[in-house]
Design a protein around this ligand. Structure first.
Ligand SMILES: C[S@@+](CC[C@H](N)C(=O)[O-])C[C@H]1O[C@@H](n2cnc3c(N)ncnc32)[C@H](O)[C@@H]1O
Length: 221
């Protein structure tokens, strides 16, 4: 019996649509196994570019008795994909790596992406805007004191300001409590850093960051 998925993976899975899921950077393949066991998709592909995770995925899939429904691939990103994929997940990777993987010509086979960048979100949103992608939803998950961002992305157009690229237009609109908590945590860290420095230039930089962070946070008083 498979363990319950983490809140982060379950939230990503709740966004999966269609019949075929491709999980790039699948590592343990838990998302693919969850997707089949929960009846979310009919077929899944667990893909990773490293031998260790690839082996691990094969074990998880065999133990779950899902060899017929889940294919395991040792591949770099979307390389080798030749058929339509309803949802492709790329979770637990840096934003720069995700950006690089989305440059592959195979992106055209994918209807919807669910991206979970652990860093460089500004760069990723800017890239998406400049490469005919559209973010249709965003959410923030708080799990064991850490914050995780998820983006639902399709092929399309969007036009963001630099602030919207940095924080996410949808996040700013939605003002989810978890996203607000992440912004508040950043504000607290900057306030703390401000109190620790006597350097006027540094103080000015921190002050401008604080103004920016407070401007995206729409708190009810
Ligand atoms: C931190 S794990 C995330 C595992 C899982 N997706 C999750 O979110 O829990 C990142 C995985 O991405 C894989 N990876 C890194 N670069 C990759 C690439 N270019 N193509 C496919 N997989 C890659 C790593 O081998 C690793 O298993």
């Amino acid at each position: 019996m498979m363990n319950k998925l983490s809140k982060r993976l379950q939230t990503a899975l709740d966004w999966v649509t269609g019949d075929i899921l491709l999980d790039v950077g699948s590592d343990h393949a838990l998302l693919c196994v969850g997707a089949i066991l929960q009846g979310v998709v009919k077929q899944a592909i667990a893909s990773d570019n490293k031998e260790g995770p690839y082996q691990k995925a094969q074990v998880t899939i065999a133990q779950a008795g899902l060899k017929q429904q889940i294919t395991c691939c040792l591949a770099n990103g979307l390389e080798g994909i030749t058929k339509e994929i309803d949802t492709c997940t790329m979770l637990g990777m840096g934003g720069l790596l995700i950006k690089e993987l989305l440059l592959a010509k195979e992106v055209r086979y994918v209807k919807q992406f669910i991206l979970g960048p652990q860093s460089e979100q500004t760069e990723l949103r800017t890239f998406l805007m400049n490469h005919q992608f559209q973010i249709v939803d965003e959410t923030t998950i708080e799990e064991r004191g850490k914050f995780y961002s998820l983006m639902k992305v399709i092929h399309g157009e969007m036009s963001y300001t630099p602030i919207q690229c940095a924080y996410g237009y949808i996040n700013i609109q939605k003002q989810e409590p978890s996203w607000q908590a992440m912004i508040r945590k950043k504000i607290n860290l900057y306030v703390e850093a401000y109190g620790k420095t006597k350097d006027i230039q540094k103080q000015a930089q921190i002050q401008s960051k604080l103004t920016e962070l407070r401007s995206v946070l729409h708190e009810r008083h």
